[in-house]
Design a protein around this ligand. Sequence first.
Ligand SMILES: [Zn+2]
Length: 129
Amino acid sequence: MKLLVATGTGHSPRTDPDNDLPLPGELLLPAEQCDRPHCFCRREFVSVTTHERTTHARVAELDITPEQVRAIVVDYVVAIFDDADTDDIDDYVRCVTEPAEDWPVGTVIERWGYELRDIADNNLADDDA
Ligand SMILES: [Zn+2]
């Protein structure tokens, strides 16, 4: 199935310089957004294994079953909440699986809130097309 993985690029300005980027290939999900309008969390992805943050995510076809994804998500939810509530697990499974669904494998994407875009696209293109 298609999932988002770390690229090794996309260091977040918000990340503590002593923190590392997720290693390439680490499974990512969009970071939780807070209410502060200019906070960088809306641009970030977080690794389900190391919890490191990055602003780039690559769409990869992984040989992984939905059951394995769920097991990874359970570990992540327990690490965050100290507890594995079924609704939280369902929500986070969607956060892990849905963002990659509409993108070709290999695309490197970034996010702005709930919007995802190919980093190769110029989002400031002229509109006189
Ligand atoms: Zn924030």
